[in-house]
Design a protein around this ligand. Structure first.
Ligand code: ZN
Length: 513
């Protein structure tokens, strides 16, 4: 018999006494496997989430419109007819309709917002358990189109996973859903249609970094090819002027510098304006609009940042956050690499520009950057957005290395074999020669690989290959075993995530509530 059936069988608590039911579930989780926070009631329907058939299900009883809307199989438990429902997108939509706290919301007024991309769709409950004790707003759904393709997931599915996590934990503090690094109008509309509350527009394909190297006649020729009206308008607004920032800092533009910056960014600004007017502003909901200019090879100069911010402002484009490309290296899943003093100096100027125009600085590839977290917390005055994603997958890998070394060994070997292909998607500096040969490592030494930058990065960027790899008969090589393992070892996975992301919050200066 499933634990939840026992839970419903013989407790003598009235069905509408939710707080007593929650206490019973919480005190006896090992026996019933019913998630206490998920016990909710609306429209005459009582629902809860529980472990069911080695996985999880939504259970509903009591009749009512929500009950009718949910799709599932009827079962008998404790004298009631209970509907056993899959954690599907459709069932999640019904839950989102009935329970507003399970819907994502905008976070414009929140000071600290953290993107917690969950590639497997299993990590969000742990993030909630951690973050509910802090003054931090979590953006639980956060996937780029690249990540969706690499994991074989959809915008709908990612949002549903986050929303189920919110229900599982009974978390009513609000959460966001970020369509991350979207590039086209179509991608933005797709995410908005699914109910996403944040859009991160990636303008990298419209940023012409080659213009930075232009000079003399060629610079002049390209600049003069722009419409005269545009040039005059820009020159009158930027040349011969000095723009004041806090603490006596100023920004000004030499004629040559302005020409270059215009050539680098003007198409990106046009694109942003087009998306803002035709998708964000017209969508009828409050959307957190983030502009990302970080996916470029060269750092964003203060002048460039100021120019972009000022042009957005001039065109009436309201953004919640902007992600510049900072100096140094923000490689995936490892600490910051670069000149720390330079980072502090430049980050401070970026914060002052953002402050002047009223948005937040967004730090991308923000996981594991422990060296610079105190600077992020301090220089932003505790108002920032930070994105993490792959590190949550690496914590899953760490738990696998600890508790199922045989699976880890297979994943590790496979990851190394796919490294060159994976490098097409992600820039990393990993040196495979520095990774110990695992055939000479005892099982007990495997988890320590997750402390080595080179091994971390190899496992970090090959997640898509690992999750999608299939045998000749079409079945998955790793995916099902990974999900099955993490389902069985949920408590260990949650603990690892809470510890790892908790370290982030501490150094970032997030305040406990
Ligand atoms: Zn980015």
């Amino acid at each position: 018999m499933e634990g939840w059936m026992k839970f419903l069988s013989n407790h003598g608590i009235r069905d509408n006494d939710i707080s007593s039911l929650r206490k019973l579930a919480g005190d006896n989780f090992d026996e019933y496997a019913v998630y206490p926070g998920s016990l909710q009631t609306a429209e005459g329907t009582t629902i809860f989430m529980a472990r069911h058939a080695d996985s999880k299900a939504l259970l509903a009883f009591g009749g009512g419109s929500l009950y009718d809307e949910l799709e599932g199989e009827a079962a008998e438990a404790g004298g009631r007819t209970v509907k056993v429902c899959d954690l599907s997108v459709e069932n999640n939509k019904a839950v989102r309709r009935a329970f507003p706290f399970t819907r994502p919301s905008s976070h414009r007024e929140k000071n600290i917002t953290i993107g917690l991309g969950d590639r497997l769709g299993l990590a969000s409950p742990a993030h909630i358990r951690l973050i509910r004790d802090y003054d931090v707003f979590p953006v639980l759904a956060q996937q780029s189109v690249r990540e969706l393709n690499l994991t074989g997931r959809t915008f709908d599915g990612v949002l549903a996973a986050a929303s189920w996590a919110v229900l599982q934990e009974g978390y009513t503090g609000g959460f966001g859903a970020d369509g991350d690094h979207l590039k086209t109008h179509q991608e933005v509309m797709q995410a908005l249609d699914c109910g996403y509350t944040m859009i991160t527009l990636d303008c990298s394909e419209h940023i012409d970094n080659k213009a930075a190297a232009l000079s003399g006649d060629e610079l002049e020729r390209q600049y003069l090819s722009l419409p005269g009206e545009l040039r005059q308008s820009l020159e009158s607004r930027y040349l011969g002027r000095r723009f004041a920032l806090e603490d006596g800092l100023t920004i000004d533009f030499s004629p040559e510098e302005l020409k270059k910056i215009v050539l680098i960014y003007h198409r990106a600004i046009e694109h942003t304006s087009d998306i803002y007017v035709n998708a964000i502003k017209s969508c009828g909901r409050s959307i957190d609009f983030e502009l990302s200019i970080d996916e470029t090879l060269t750092p964003t100069t203060p002048e460039s940042h100021y120019f972009v911010a000022s042009e957005l402002d001039y065109r009436g484009i309201v953004i919640t956050s902007l992600a510049p490309r900072f100096c140094g290296e923000f490689q995936k899943g490892i600490d910051y690499k670069g000149d720390h003093a330079q980072f502090v100096r430049e980050f401070d100027i970026h914060c002052k520009i953002a402050g002047k125009f009223g948005y937040k600085i967004s730090v991308h590839s923000g996981s594991d950057k422990f060296q610079i977290f105190p600077t992020v917390g301090e220089k932003t005055g505790g108002r920032y957005h930070l994105k993490t994603a792959g590190t949550n997958w690496l914590e899953a890998v760490r738990v696998i290395a600890e508790l199922r070394p045989s699976l880890y060994r297979k994943m590790h070997t496979f990851a190394l074999s796919k490294l060159e292909e994976a490098k097409k998607y992600y820039h990393i500096g990993a040196d495979v020669k520095k990774i110990p040969d695992i055939s000479s490592l005892e099982d007990g030494g495997l988890p320590r690989l997750m402390e080595l930058d080179d091994a971390r990065q190899v496992l970090h960027i090959t997640y898509g290959f690992i999750l999608q790899a299939k045998k000749p008969d079409g079945s998955y090589i790793f995916r099902d075993e990974i999900y099955d393992f993490l389902n069985k070892h949920e408590a260990e996975y949650y603990k690892a995530l809470q510890k790892h992301i908790g370290r982030h919050l501490l150094l970032l200066g997030a305040k406990p509530l």
